[in-house]
Design a protein around this ligand. Sequence first.
Ligand SMILES: [Zn+2]
Ligand SMILES: [Zn+2]
Length: 132
Amino acid sequence: MKCPNCNVELSVKEIEDVNVHLCSACSGIFLHEGELKKITHPTAGDIEYSSLANIDKNRVSELLCPICETEKMIDVNFGSYSDIIMNYCRKCSGIWLDKGDLKKINAEIDKLNNDVEPWEHSFRVFLAKLPF
Ligand SMILES: [Zn+2]
Ligand SMILES: [Zn+2]
C-alpha cells in the first residue's frame, strides 16, 4: 500500500493495539473501516458515523485511496462540524488522516467529553458559525 501523498510504501505501526498504515515521509495514516474509533480517545458517540453520516460526494479530494488506487477520496469534516478534514473512500470506507489530524481529533473528543451539557456545545458551534 502506498502513500496517496508521496507514493512511498506505507509501513505498519501499532497505535492503541491497532495496526495502522503510516507514511514515514509525510506522517499520514491510513485507517480501515472501524479503526478510527479504536485509536482515538474513547467517547460515547460513534465518531465515524457522525463524521460520515452526511458526506458531500461533491467534495472530491485530490488523493487516491491507497487500497482502491483509482478511487478518489472525499473530504469530510470530523464529527461533520469541526474544521478537521479527513479523506474518506466511499468504496472501501477507509480514512486517510494527514499529519497532526489524529492529535486534533483527540483534542476535539476531549473537548466533547468535558462538555457537561451537550446542547451547550452545539450552541457554541452554532454561534461560531454566525457571520459576525
Ligand atoms: Zn506520505
Ligand atoms: Zn478505498
